[in-house]
Design a protein around this ligand. Structure first.
Ligand code: 1PW
Ligand code: ADP
Ligand code: CA
Length: 469
């Protein structure tokens, strides 16, 4: 991390402290220190300057960072976490920072979009939860495309990757994006990954409705159960992170299902399947795998597949979505940067069966090994909810969905027609989407994080002296 020369008063001995990263249990990193002393002061100074010279040559390390703090997310501790745990480490590593504490929702997004002098920085740091991270990527992606004249309303446009890396200091409620890319939700570990200049590319889904851009997503796009949990929990923000448990139990008991049509383009190439036992892990194998992806040939309409039915949940997991509540995640074998998302369809079933599925998010059992659950690795998908129209009208495709929106509005206004249109909402990385009919496309490795993916336990579990935490 850094080296510091210590003055030993009244002593002819030289002394310097070297700060370094020590791996601890459960993917946590800590800053450790070792002191070198030497009777030859000049030699000691040479050690210091030599270590400094070596540190300077590591060009992947950031020197200037733009930091956004959400003081409102999670337990409202974002500012304290940054000031007490992260800022001192950045200072020690010689990193300069511009810090912005947001004053309202979308402050960070709009600042990145229009004001920030991005050329002055080597990276952006996000202190907050998944919602705050979402603001950062929306600002950065938008800025990158606008600088290049890309039409973001067109779902088929190839988006330009963002050059600035993003670091996440977890200070939200679920912090799934941090957990699934670092392996733990710990501010110090995240700060150290930033300091050593790690880099992890991440796929980003674009979400459109009728050729209009809605949002980007990197973790979960969930309709039905997770959409309803989010909508219900936003009204209970005063509870803090516990609101998700409360709404989770409530929505489980409510047991709403939703009718609709899902169509998808299956992934091709060397991308594995959602049910293989592989995990997205950092290291050589992962590097090799990264080289082989994103080589998909152009889409062929005949490959689209369609599934129609009644669903308790439709989840697209672009990464594992692991978090402390679900340490393996919604799709344990999902990859961070292979240009695909894992589409999980949970059909209408009994409460008991749905509970079995949900509980498998928290256990070792295969959550997809149930008759009412199917999972597909896809590069694109669409969803259209069923509205109160005759069955033949259900064949409508996306182009006609605006017409259907009008029909559904009529039905909502006139419940006497006998139908009970039930819509859920999409949970898009923890933010609620306003449209139900959506067109989702995965953009391979559009952004980069200051992270390295999850390391294999073998790398550090045999460390002789795991630090006490
Ligand atoms: C009735 C028993 C239920 C047990 C199910 C346990 C599974 C929990 C799986 C959590 C899913 C994680 C997906 C992450 C989503 C986040 O982006 C989002 C927002 O995170 P944020 O609050 O902004 O950090 N959080 C939620 C709960 O929707
Ligand atoms: N200063 C602020 N005041 C109010 N809301 C904010 C502020 N800054 C960001 N937000 C919004 O707060 C919401 C929740 O933030 P997030 O970081 O996701 O925390 P949590 O994990 O608790 O949901 C996001 O929608 C984000 O856009
Ligand atoms: Ca949130």
């Amino acid at each position: 991390i850094s080296v510091r020369e210590e003055d030993e008063e009244n002593s002819s001995r030289g002394r310097d402290d070297v700060m370094y990263v020590e791996r601890c249990r459960q993917h946590r990193w800590r800053c450790a220190e070792v002191t070198f002393t030497c009777s030859d002061v000049a030699l000691c100074q040479r050690w210091v300057s030599s270590i400094r010279e070596q540190l300077v040559t590591i060009t992947s390390r950031p020197k200037h960072l733009l930091v956004y703090i959400n003081p409102y997310g999670g337990k409202r501790q974002g500012k304290r976490i940054y000031e007490q745990k992260v800022a001192p480490l950045f200072a020690q590593a010689g990193i300069s920072t511009d810090v912005i504490v947001t004053e309202y929702a979308n402050h960070a997004r709009d600042h990145l979009r229009t004001e920030a002098e991005l050329k002055n920085f080597d990276g952006v740091v996000c202190v907050g939860g998944d919602g705050m991270f979402s603001e950062i990527i929306h600002g950065l992606i938008w800025r990158t495309q606008i600088d290049d004249g890309v039409d973001t309303n067109c779902p088929d446009e190839t988006l330009l990757p963002c050059s600035l890396r993003i670091g996440i200091i977890p200070a939200g409620s679920t912090d799934c994006i941090c957990f699934a890319t670092v392996g733990t939700n710990d501010p110090v570990t995240s700060a150290l990954h930033i300091i050593v200049g790690d880099s992890q590319p991440i796929d980003v889904c674009s979400v459109h409705h009728n050729n209009t851009f809605l949002r980007y997503s990197v973790s979960l796009l969930g309709y039905g159960f997770y959409g309803d949990v989010l909508t219900d929990s936003e009204r209970k923000r005063w509870m803090g992170p516990a609101r998700y448990d409360f709404s989770g139990v409530k929505m489980f008991l409510t047991h709403h299902y939703y009718e609709g049509t899902v169509s998808y383009l299956p992934a091709r190439g060397i991308v594995g399947t959602p049910r293989d036992a592989t995990r997205c892990r950092s290291g050589l194998a992962a590097e090799r795998e990264r080289g082989q992806i994103c080589l998909f040939v152009s889409e062929n309409d005949s490959e689209w597949r369609t599934v129609r039915g009644k669903f308790l949940a439709i989840n697209a997991a672009s990464m594992s979505c692991a978090c402390p509540r679900s340490p393996k995640g919604l799709s344990p074998a999902a990859h961070l940067a292979n240009g695909t998302t894992d589409l999980i369809l949970v059909r209408k079933c009994s409460r008991f069966d749905f509970l079995r599925h949900l509980l498998r998010h928290t256990s070792k059992d295969d959550q997809f090994d149930l008759t009412f659950v199917e999972v597909h690795r896809v590069r694109r998908f669409r969803f259209t909810p069923r509205h109160c129209q005759s069955d033949s009208d259900l064949e409508l495709d996306l182009q006609e969905s605006s017409k259907r929106q009008i029909f559904s509005q009529i039905c909502r206004d006139h419940p006497a027609c006998g139908c009970t249109p039930t819509y859920s909402s999409w949970n898009c990385d923890g933010e609620i989407l306003t449209h139900t009919a959506i067109d989702v496309r995965v953009h391979c490795q559009l952004i980069k994080l200051f992270a390295r993916g999850i390391e294999e336990p073998a790398v550090f579990e045999d460390v002789a002296n795991p630090c006490a935490i």
